[in-house]
Design a protein around this ligand. Structure first.
Ligand code: 0X9
Ligand code: CA
Ligand code: CA
Ligand code: ZN
Ligand code: CA
Length: 559
């Protein structure tokens, strides 16, 4: 097969003479892509005109694949046959107005139950039809297996499973509309000031959008990132769906696979950097992403690797799902051959059955793969490494009086005055809550001044069993001008009953440098209750240098 496409960074080389569209090159593992002959084209030079009104079918030998119409009909039929556990819905509409069909699968499917959630999607790239078949096959396994297969029954009863079948329906219809494949990858959205159509939906998410790698800012390129992040209605709809799964400040979806072709790979984040553990990833996340990814690869025979091991990209679905929400998100590149005919669908989807079910099971707490101690620490009713927003409220009661140094979540800058006061490093990742993140001209510029600053979790319901503890990392620093009126306090506020101080460090007339320590508070007294935690820092009774910070707030599992 001719491989005449080539995308080099953001500078695609386009031969005006060569009108052949060969997006397949972008779907090849790095080694084959590098072997592609230079000087060829990058983009699709197909005319903007004409989506045919008639619904096209797949070319001969591929009729076993589902067209857009067949996807909608199939999902609708499964939902109608299994109304108690399958609900069909749409994420919204594509650029050309097609429904972005999705399904929720769970017991009591009409109710948003408090169950771990898992997401699978296919069809971001419209020339990769196997991913759509994969999504449909997952729906079939769950619907048919419910009540018959104990493992499936358990998963459907204890999880909420979301499946998005065809993220790019306009491209998929276009791909098959010519009687043979057009090799169309992008969506079908026109680009202002250009005759070239389409945005690569797997470059259009806003995490490190358009920041290099095999990502282009040229509308001609098959990897065109779009004029701005989320310029495509399809990626916007996917983003809005993810946002809709934030309940009580917490993303409910814990694990995710986005199905692509080609090359039989299981890939974890990130794609935007070759660093294994960049600052926007925590060590526990890397360890669990890798372990789970390798376990899935052991079951399907794919090759496990970090996404950037294939090549660098930016603005991908997977990087967004992890970077924005800390979802354990994977890209699967299916198939060993380009444009696999329909005789290969059953085996290629079937080999992912174990990985798909396994990832649904792991959704209860992906960190549990790291062993008993991590499970105890990180799989309780609350676990926040403060690396992303999870619904904390600053000054929740409107009672704060501090004139400077209010709590902020982010990357604290180091300050020093007679030793370290605000610490640069945080116990996990790069973010924490600190009293003023910036350093300023002097150590006293952004410390707490003039009163209190407070920040609070969303309410959570503690388990009714004994042995849960509130744990968190903390630091409290002050100058020798401090007094016992300065303090760092932790409050437990039950939904009913009075608040209790569960943590307290007071100032004193000595210089105290910052240092991370761990607090551990028994919660048995409040077992089974709904509670919130509030952290209060105070500079009172005369100005002194006061800095506080905390990180890794958790309620451990009952021991
Ligand atoms: O380039 C892509 O979007 C994905 N490959 S495909 O052939 N299906 O187009 C790869 C995404 C994985 N991420 C990175 N390699 N960084
Ligand atoms: Ca349910
Ligand atoms: Ca739910
Ligand atoms: Zn793809
Ligand atoms: Ca942190």
């Amino acid at each position: 097969m001719a491989r005449r496409d080539r995308v080099v960074g953001s500078d695609p080389v386009v031969s005006e003479a060569d009108r052949t569209v060969d997006t397949a090159a972008m779907r090849l593992p790095h080694r084959r892509l590098s072997a592609v002959v230079a000087g060829a084209l990058a983009a699709s030079l197909l005319p903007a005109a004409g989506v045919s009104a008639a619904s096209p079918d797949f070319p001969a030998g591929f009729e076993g694949y589902h067209t857009y119409a067949e996807v909608g009909a199939e999902v609708g039929a499964v939902a109608a046959a299994h109304p108690g556990i399958v609900r069909r819905f749409s994420l919204g509409r594509s650029y050309q107005g097609r429904e972005l069909w999705a399904a929720k699968v769970s017991d009591n499917v009409a109710v948003d139950e408090n169950e771990p959630e898992v997401l699978y999607d296919g069809g971001h790239h419209s020339d990769e039809h196997m991913g759509v078949e994969m999504a449909l096959r997952i729906l079939g396994w769950l619907a048919d297996g419910y009540g018959a297969d104990p493992r499936i029954t358990r998963i459907v009863n204890s999880r909420e499973i979301w499946i998005v079948f065809l993220v790019n329906p306009d491209g998929a219809e276009y791909d098959i509309s010519g009687g043979s494949f057009r090799r169309w990858r992008k969506n079908r959205q026109p680009n202002a000031g250009s005759t070239y159509i389409g945005t690569d939906l797997n470059r259009n998410y806003d995490y490190r959008w358009n920041s290099g790698g095999r990502t282009s800012d040229n509308p001609q390129a098959i990897t065109y990132a779009g004029p701005s992040a989320f310029s495509a209605p399809e990626s916007r709809a996917f983003r809005d769906f993810l946002a809709s799964r934030v309940v009580n400040g917490r993303q409910q979806i814990r694990t995710h696979i986005t199905f692509h072709e080609l090359g039989r790979l299981v890939m974890w984040p990130y794609g935007y950097t070759t660093a294994d553990l960049p600052s926007d990833m925590s060590a526990d996340d890397l360890a669990s992403l890798r372990t789970i990814g390798r376990a899935m690869a052991a079951s399907n025979g794919y090759k496990p690797e970090q996404a950037s091991d294939l090549y660098l990209t930016s603005g991908t679905t997977r990087d967004y799902a992890y970077g924005r929400y800390r979802i354990h998100s994977y890209t699967f590149e299916m198939s060993a051959v380009d444009y696999p005919d329909d005789s290969l669908i059953a085996a290629e989807t079937g080999r992912n059955r174990e990985a798909v079910l396994y990832l649904a099971e792991r959704a209860w707490c992906p960190y549990s793969i790291l062993g008993a101690a991590t499970t105890l620490a990180r799989c309780g009713v609350f676990d926040d490494d403060l690396e992303v927003g999870r619904g904390w409220r600053i000054d929740p009661a409107g009672t704060d009086t501090a004139t400077a140094g209010a709590w902020r979540q982010g990357n604290p800058s180091p300050t020093a005055q007679d030793g370290a006061k605000q610490l640069d490093a945080t116990p996990s990742g790069r973010y924490a809550f600190a009293t003023g993140l910036t350093a300023g001209a002097s150590a006293g510029a952004y410390d707490v001044d003039g009163g209190t600053t407070s920040v609070e979790t969303r309410p959570m319901t503690l388990r009714s069993t004994a042995g849960q503890r509130l744990t968190f990392a903390w630091t409290f620093a002050h100058s020798a001008l401090s007094t016992a009126d300065d303090e760092f306090r932790g409050l437990l506020i039950p939904a009913s009953g009075s608040a209790a101080t569960v943590f307290l460090v007071r100032g004193a007339a000595v210089d105290r440098d910052g240092a991370w320590r761990t607090a551990s508070v028994a919660l048995d007294r409040w077992a089974g209750q709904m509670v919130r935690f509030r952290f209060i820092a105070r500079d009172a009774a005369g100005a002194s240098l006061v800095e506080a910070a905390f990180d890794d707030v958790r309620v451990t599992r009952p021991s």
